[in-house]
Design a protein around this ligand. Structure first.
Ligand SMILES: Nc1ncnc2c1ncn2[C@@H]1O[C@H](COP(=O)(O)OP(=O)(O)OP(=O)(O)O)[C@@H](O)[C@H]1O
Ligand SMILES: [Mg+2]
Length: 361
């Protein structure tokens, strides 16, 4: 490994790491350690490490042995204090530094932090298995619910006006539940996209027309297309679903009487590339923006709107954008949102259809 890489490695290590010399003086520390100690390396280098770190464990003997034998030392579940905040429970890993007799490198893993990370991870997978479970339940609940609705309708034939209100309530609420269940099912039924060359503008037109017949009847929908836009590589039905959900959201948050304006904007951005975790890159030059002039995202859920079951609406299931984000990621695309009151922009970036399919069209 070359030196630049080593330096990068040292500074990108997300775990506090401290290098100490044969006399337990701090020789170096990475930025994570600076954060942990709440002090900069400039001040701490040269100082005795155990003056700076209060470790609640009899380390001396073990450390001396590890040093003499050139073996690593692991100390779990110890309180580590830095003087600037209450001690944290940590795991310590102390290993001899190759080629520097007596020097040791110490990694400090705060247990509380680790615990928090696993937790947020398991919340995500819990959401996933919740969807599987909800899908199964949705299927099971729909049949008896149809029975209940039917029975209520039968009953209503012989009722007085006052009692009719009650059966009407049963019917409308049951319909609401069925709608919710259908959305849950739709989420579970989502199969892998069947991708081919798609004209994005056809998809947008279909979505616009169907929105204006239903949930978006009160909205003005403006087209702002780049007519030279090449074909995208996608599943037209799934992309339609995506645009429908975005249009529905924008229509639902707008003033139901005064309405609002939605702009469908397409353009080509040559330089838009995605860098993936595995290092590969993908070009996503096709841009679709759905822009509305509504109230903007509620601040309290702004960061989580793409997670399932996150909703800012009284009757929302919070599955619309989760579905959108799943479909776009299955398309190797990218979705982002930028929102302030009066202007919310959902932007989708998609890959081009392969060249031979562009020409076939
Ligand atoms: N264009 C928008 N303007 C303002 N807020 C929005 C917009 N789009 C989405 N949101 C907010 O994001 C939340 C999540 O949206 P999402 O579509 O995932 O769920 P939902 O609309 O509440 O329920 P569902 O789509 O399942 O019926 C919405 O409840 C709303 O608060
Ligand atoms: Mg929605």
């Amino acid at each position: 490994m070359n030196q630049a890489l080593e330096t990068q490695l040292w500074s990108s290590l997300p775990v506090p790491a401290i290098l100490m010399d044969a006399d337990d003086l701090i020789a170096d520390m990475n930025p994570a350690a600076e954060g942990f100690m709440n002090n900069s390396a400039k001040w701490l280098v040269g100082q005795p490490v155990w003056d700076r770190l209060a470790v609640d464990a009899p380390l001396e003997e073990n450390l001396a042995r590890a040093r003499a034998q050139g073996t690593p030392l692991f100390v779990n579940d110890v309180d580590v204090g830095t003087g600037s905040r209450p001690p944290l429970v940590c795991n310590l890993q102390i290993a001899p530094l190759q080629g520097q007799p007596g020097w040791m490198i110490m990694l400090i893993s705060p247990r509380e932090l680790a615990g928090r990370m696993t937790q947020s991870h398991s919340v995500k997978s819990a959401a996933k298995s919740a969807i599987g479970m909800a899908e199964m339940l949705a299927h099971e609940i729909k049949n008896p619910l149809a029975g209940i609705t039917g029975a209520a309708q039968l009953l209503s034939m012989n009722l007085s006006k006052d009692d009719l209100e009650l059966t009407d309530l049963i019917v409308t609420e049951s319909r609401r539940i069925v709608k919710l269940l259908e959305q849950v099912e739709q989420f579970g039924n989502l199969s892998a996209p069947e991708r081919r060359a798609v004209n994005i503008h056809d998809v947008l037109d279909r979505a616009r027309r169907s929105t204006q017949l239903g949930v978006g009847a009160h909205m003005k929908i403006v087209e702002d297309y780049d007519p030279s836009l090449p074909l995208a590589h996608g599943d037209p039905d799934q992309l339609l679903q995506v645009v429908l959900n975005l249009l529905r959201n924008a229509s639902e948050v707008a003033d139901q009487k005064a309405g609002g304006t939605i702009r469908l904007h397409t353009f080509y951005e040559h330089s838009f590339r995605m860098r993936r975790a595995d290092g590969s890159g993908q070009s996503l030059p096709l841009q679709i923006e759905v822009i509305d002039d509504g109230p903007g995202l509620p601040p309290d859920i702004k960061g989580d709107i793409f997670d399932p079951f996150v909703s800012g609406k009284e009757n929302g299931t919070g599955l619309g954008l989760a579905l959108v984000s799943k479909i776009i990621s299955d398309h190797d695309g990218w979705i982002s949102v930028d929102s302030v009151p009066g202007r919310t922009v959902f932007r989708i970036s998609l890959p081009l259809a392969p060249r031979e399919e562009q020409e076939n069209d």
